[in-house]
Structures are given as C-alpha cells and as structure tokens.
Design a protein around this ligand. Structure first.
Ligand code: NDP
Length: 397
C-alpha cells in the first residue's frame, strides 16, 4: 500500500495526479491538496481513479503536519511553488514521510535559487531514515538523468555539458508563460551564470544568443543562455565537467513583451504602495496574465529538451546528444494539459515510483544524477516520455 499526497493543484499538479492514477500498481491511494480545494476537486473529477482532495496552506507547518498525520502518506510530491519547499520538508521530517519536488527553494523576497537551503537538510533526513529527492521534473530532473546516462554508458569523462530546452510550440496568445508566471519571469530575468573551469561566470540575463538546429523537423531556433539550477548539482556530483551551460528558446514576441514589462517595472518583486495597500508588481502581473493551465487547449507544436555531453571515451573525443520530443496536443488529449506541465509532471510521478518501489531509496537528500539512470528512463518511456540517443558532432555553443 503506497499512499501519495500531492501538494499543488496547478498545471503540474494536474499531470502528476493523472499519471499517479495511471500507475495505480504503485500509488494505491492518492490525495491532492492545495490552497484552493476547488482546483483539486476539478482535477479529481477528470480522473477515473478515486482522488481525495484537501485544502492546505503549505506555508504553514502546523497545518501541513495535521494533514500528514490525518492522511498518513508514504510520500509527499510537492508541486506547489518553490517558496513552499522548506515548510513541506519540515513537516515531512516532523511526521516521518518521504519528500519529492521539482524546483529548488527560493526565498520570496530575493530572486535567487540554489540548493544550499535544501542540502542543509541532509543530516536530518538521514538520521530519521527518510529520503528527499530534489528536482524530479524535466529540467531539473530528466536533464540530470540524461547526464547520468551519458556518464554511465557513453563517456568515460564528461568535459562539457550543454542543456538545451526548446519550446517549438505556440499558444497564439500575445504574451503568456508556460508555467507559473511569477516563477518563470523571476528565472528568466535573473543574471545568467554558467560553469567554466571550476567557477561560475556571470553575464547579463539572456545576453548570449546562439542558433541551434533541433532534430526531427523542428529545425533551427534561437537559444539564449541562462542560469538553471541543475547545473549546480551536476558540476558538484560529476566533477569532470569543466563547462556547463543551459540554453532556452524564446520567441522575439516573448522577448519584446518581457523587455517592456521590465522597463515599466512590472517584473519588480519588491512591494510598492498602491491605493493604500502594498502590492508586488510581479504578483499583480501574474493575476492578469493567462493561467498557464488554460493554455493546454490552445497550444500546438512540440518541445525538445535534452543534453549534449562532450568528453572522452576510450581516450578519444566523443559527443552524445540525448533528448525527448513531446507534442503539446497529444499531452492535452491525454491529461488536459500542455507539454510543459506534462514534461514536468510525468518525471515527478516516475521519481515517486522509483522511491516507493525501493528502486531509488536511501536516507538523505539527493539529486537525480546520484541514482542509476536506467530504471528511471525505462519507466519514463513507458509513461509517455521516451528519449533518443544520438552519437555525432554538434557545433560548440
Ligand atoms: P501553478 O502556479 O500552476 O500551480 C501552483 C499550485 O500551487 C497552485 O495550485 C497554487 O494554489 C498552489 N500553491 C501555491 N502556494 C501554495 C500554498 N502556500 N499552499 C498550498 N498550495 C499552494 O504552477 P505550476 O504547476 O506551473 O508549477 C508547479 C511547480 O513546478 C513550480 O514549483 C515550478 O517551479 C515547478 N516546475 C518545474 C519544472 C521542471 O522541469 N523541473 C518545469 C515547470 C515548473 P492556488 O491555485 O490556490 O494559488
């Protein structure tokens, strides 16, 4: 009997609930809890398998503890926002429940995301015999596992790593983000950092642009270098990596809107006085932008997310490109969601399966590349996200 508690009923939470229900061999009971219970109920009504719902404020540890004591899950899948990671980890420690998330902790008042806060829980989880699996989405998540696969099967040493995330789809809206707008805009407007020769090199946000020719008919698209959290754990756990960069596609239209929003102050995360009350401009902007969950029915095209690992095999230089292609419309037909939420939610469910079946289980706080990549990728493929491995040569980025 493996009961799971999913926290967060947004775009990703919907996919996790659907996918856990499809894997009822492992998840024998499912509860979906969020700040707004009506959203949980709407998702539960889409799913044939019984999904219980609950209301919880995940910023509040006593409320979380009471819910965990009542529901008695074996695992919590946290797909609320990065701000809730530490409170949910605290509640899991107090009650004795394993933990999984898809994004690292971020303090609400600083747009800074790093693993230090969650890695600091290592001893407490280990001493209690509990496990926390960090970043089990696509990027972070599957990109870490692709890198681990490159290190296990294709290269003796990885020297350079390019993680490349393309959304070649379109939702037809003037401006919208694919996942939570507040988190997305904080990430995209943060200064860029990449890893080079043992240290972080900082450059301007989205200041470095290249073109990359994506496979399977997607073709060339502009990609922009930005900081992304999986680089922090990958360069720590795979120390042969000398250079690591993360790239993402953005349309000219997205960049034009973002520039204007930044210039007029709408992306600010500090409080401003408005009509006698304090508001955070970015949170107000989120309230007027399309809900990413509503984009599913409108989005057409594909995503292509993968890693190019370059290094040495048997003394010779070698490169490998491992990627997944996912189709927005197919995702919508299956789980009422576009591919960005799908590619995040499926790996979260698969990470949960790895933990609950004991395939990946050890006390402590872990990142995805610290486990055997193959059982995860086998199950991921069966559950809707197969991957392709190409050996060849790609231009240096
Ligand atoms: P949404 O904004 O669509 O959903 C977030 C959900 O969390 C909402 O239902 C919200 O409730 C709920 N929530 C927020 N605060 C609280 C709280 N204090 N207590 C309880 N529930 C709360 O976001 P997404 O589904 O797009 O993203 C979910 C997570 O997935 C984010 O952390 C994001 O960073 C991560 N992500 C990871 C990716 C990866 O590849 N690794 C890619 C994309 C996203 P309400 O509706 O009431 O506000």
């Amino acid at each position: 009997m493996s009961k799971v508690l999913i926290i967060g009923a947004g775009g990703v939470g919907r996919v996790v609930a659907h996918k856990c229900a499809q894997a009822s061999d492992v998840f024998t009971e499912i509860t979906l809890a969020s700040r707004t219970e009506s959203k949980c109920k709407a998702i539960a009504a889409e799913i044939a398998f019984p999904v219980k719902t609950a209301r919880v404020d995940a910023d509040n540890v006593p409320e979380l503890v009471a819910l965990l004591k009542k529901e008695k899950p074996k695992l919590v899948i946290n797909v609320a926002l990065p701000y809730q990671d530490l409170t949910i980890m605290d509640a899991c420690l107090e009650v004795g429940v394993d933990y999984l998330d898809t994004a690292n902790y971020e303090p609400p008042d600083t747009a800074k995301f790093e693993y230090s806060w969650q890695w600091a829980y290592q001893d407490r989880f280990r001493e209690k015999g509990l496990m926390a699996l960090l970043g089990s989405g696509f990027d972070p998540g599957v990109t870490n596992v692709f890198t681990a696969l490159a290190a296990k099967k294709y290269l003796d040493e990885i020297h350079e790593l390019d993680i490349i995330d393309a959304n070649a789809g379109s939702h037809g809206q003037p401006f919208a983000t694919n996942f939570n707008p507040e988190i997305n805009i904080r990430e995209v407007t943060a200064p860029c950092r990449h890893w080079e020769n043992g240290g972080w090199v900082e450059t301007g946000a989205l200041a470095t642009k290249r073109s990359f020719d994506f496979p399977e008919g997607i073709g060339p698209m502009n990609i922009f270098r930005m900081y992304h959290e999986e680089m922090e754990s990958l360069v720590k756990h795979i120390p042969t990596i000398k250079k690591a960069q993360f790239w993402m596609t953005f349309s000219d239209n997205y960049l034009k809107h973002l520039e204007v929003l930044q210039n007029v102050g709408m992306t600010r995360i500090d409080e401003v006085e408005f009509n006698g009350q304090k508001i955070v401009p970015l949170q107000f902007l989120k309230a007027v932008l399309p809900d990413p969950g509503s984009l599913g029915a409108l989005t057409k095209g594909k995503t292509c997310i993968g890693v190019i690992a370059r290094g040495i095999k048997d003394g010779k230089r070698k490169q490998v490109y491992i990627y997944n292609i996912c189709d927005h419309e197919e995702c919508f037909r299956e789980v009422n969601s576009q591919a960005i939420s799908y590619t995040t939610g499926v790996p979260a469910a698969v990470g949960g399966i790895m933990m609950l079946t004991g395939t990946w289980h050890k006390p402590g706080v872990w990142n995805m590349e610290q486990f055997d990549p193959e059982p995860f990728l086998e199950r991921l493929s069966v559950m809707g996200l197969p991957h392709v491995v190409l050996e060849g040569e790609w231009p240096e980025l």
